[in-house]
Design a protein around this ligand. Structure first.
Ligand code: AMP
Ligand code: GLY
Length: 438
């Protein structure tokens, strides 16, 4: 069954990359984005429906004759937007709220991991501050403390300072810093190794692994500063060879899909595995239930073939193993962020010259938080846009990406300078460490 009109839900760089890639499919489907951003107009038509508004999205699907919905962000999935659209009869790529708990509850993810026999860090859950503080003597140093629920990437603290671990526990369990998301916390075994992200396109039973990627969470060069939504990424990651990929599929993705199917909540969508490549093998640090951001911007240019068909088949619960192939070469994505990011947007930032990069061989621009301002783009979100470049090698892709960035002007924005430079060591600190914490 071919797909001729696709609705992508969301408005960030990941959604622009998805729309770009879907529109390039051999069948050249039309792509709509709800709500999208005007900077995506090169590949998609924006429609006015909020990403949380399932009924408005269903109305768009009906009116436009959409034959596939791809949900980008986690919050609508956790809220059950995919359930509503599926119940209304639409083909949806993205899990229902029950399976989306793999991301929206870390203790649920641990239960599934345990039941699946998939390797992860040992952990213990707490809801009382006094008991959690008592648990610190069993679980560190270093301590890994995680708020159970969605916390916008800020709900993890890794530290060797006991007082900091305690403060974070107090923030979660007594001060309600993360609201309901922090009323339960996990103390987790500290793992060392290289981190890698691998995304699996899942139809409930079978899966197709996309090229492994590496993202850069810290705000500053040298992996310093606080955690952010992501300052850049590259793919493929050379840390994962064919044998390791096979192991990740066999020991993690397959058993987790099997477990969710047994529980009556099959997983249709992207299972994103955030892994630590520890000395004893890969360990799951986190699951996301959607495409990674910014990994998607680096991974999708490497996916050739009928990507829309792959997602449409998965949405129907059918495998499509031969639909896509991996391209050779390497892709580097560099985020252009507001000068103060990840603090609130200061306003007034301008990026000059972005449109001149469009259409250049091997270079793409994906918008996330921008608004057209004459020839410039105004910075309206923390992560404004991504410059993405492809090359035969990672170093070539990196050189192209930064050469393109160097041509940009304006003010009030910045990038990291060391994306894809060399695999950076994993450091202590976790999300939002220390006094500069945001
Ligand atoms: P998460 O959101 O669970 O992926 O955690 C955010 C970051 O904290 C990860 O990318 C790791 O750098 C770090 N981290 C999480 N869990 C652990 C762990 N068990 N051991 C060491 N570092 C961790
Ligand atoms: N890059 C990590 C995420 O998408 O949450």
């Amino acid at each position: 069954m071919s797909v001729s009109r696709i609705l992508v839900v969301g408005a960030g760089g990941r959604e622009h990359a998805l729309a770009w890639r879907l529109a390039r499919d051999p069948q050249a489907p039309e792509v709509l984005v709800a709500p999208g951003k005007e900077g995506m107009g090169d590949v998609a038509r924006c429609v006015a429906a909020g990403e949380h508004d399932a009924l408005a999205l269903a109305a768009v699907c009906r009116r436009e004759g959409v034959d596939l919905v791809v949900v980008g962000p986690e919050a609508p999935l956790a809220e059950g937007v995919a359930d509503v659209l599926r119940a209304a009869g639409f083909a949806v790529y993205g899990p229902g709220s029950a399976a989306a708990r793999l991301e929206s509850s870390k203790s649920f993810a641990k239960d599934v991991l345990r039941e699946s026999g998939a390797p992860t860090a040992a952990s213990e859950a707490f809801t009382s501050f006094a008991e959690a503080r008592g648990g610190l003597s069993r679980w560190g140093p270093p301590w890994v403390v995680k708020a159970d629920g969605l916390a916008g990437g800020k709900g993890v603290r890794v530290t060797s300072v006991r007082g900091e671990a305690e403060e974070f526990l107090r923030d979660c369990l007594e001060r309600e810093r993360f609201g309901a998301s922090g009323r339960r916390v996990l103390l987790e075994e500290f793992l060392e190794g290289d981190e890698v992200s691998i995304m699996a396109v899942c139809d409930g039973r079978e899966y197709v692994l996309l090229p492994p990627a590496r993202d850069y969470k810290r705000a500053l060069d040298g992996d310093r500063g606080v955690n952010t939504g992501g300052m850049g990424a590259y793919a493929p990651s050379e840390d994962v060879d064919g044998a390791l990929e096979e192991e990740i599929g066999r020991r993690i993705v397959g058993p987790v899909l099997e477990c969710l199917r047994r529980r009556g909540t099959p997983f249709l969508g992207t299972l994103y595995c955030g892994l630590m490549l520890a000395a004893r093998g890969p360990r799951v640090l986190e699951f996301n239930v959607r495409f990674g951001d910014p990994e998607t911007q680096a991974v999708l240019p490497l996916v050739e073939g009928a990507f829309a068909e792959l997602l449409a088949a998965a949405a129907r619960g059918e495998p499509a193993p031969g639909a896509v192939r991996r391209a050779r070469g390497s892709v580097v994505a560099v985020a252009l962020v507001d000068e103060g990011y990840p603090d609130a947007v200061r306003g007034g930032g301008r990026i000059r010259g972005l449109d001149r990069l469009r259409g250049r061989e091997g270079v793409e621009v994906f918008h996330a938080g921008t608004r057209a301002a004459g020839e410039d783009w105004e910075v309206t979100g923390g992560r404004a846009a991504y410059v993405v470049a492809r090359g035969e090698s990672r170093s070539q892709a990196r050189a192209r990406a930064y050469a393109a960035v160097a041509e940009l002007g304006g003010s009030g924005w910045r990038t990291r300078r060391d994306i894809a430079e060399a695999a950076a060591p994993v450091r202590e600190g976790g999300a939002g460490r220390g006094p500069g914490e945001r």
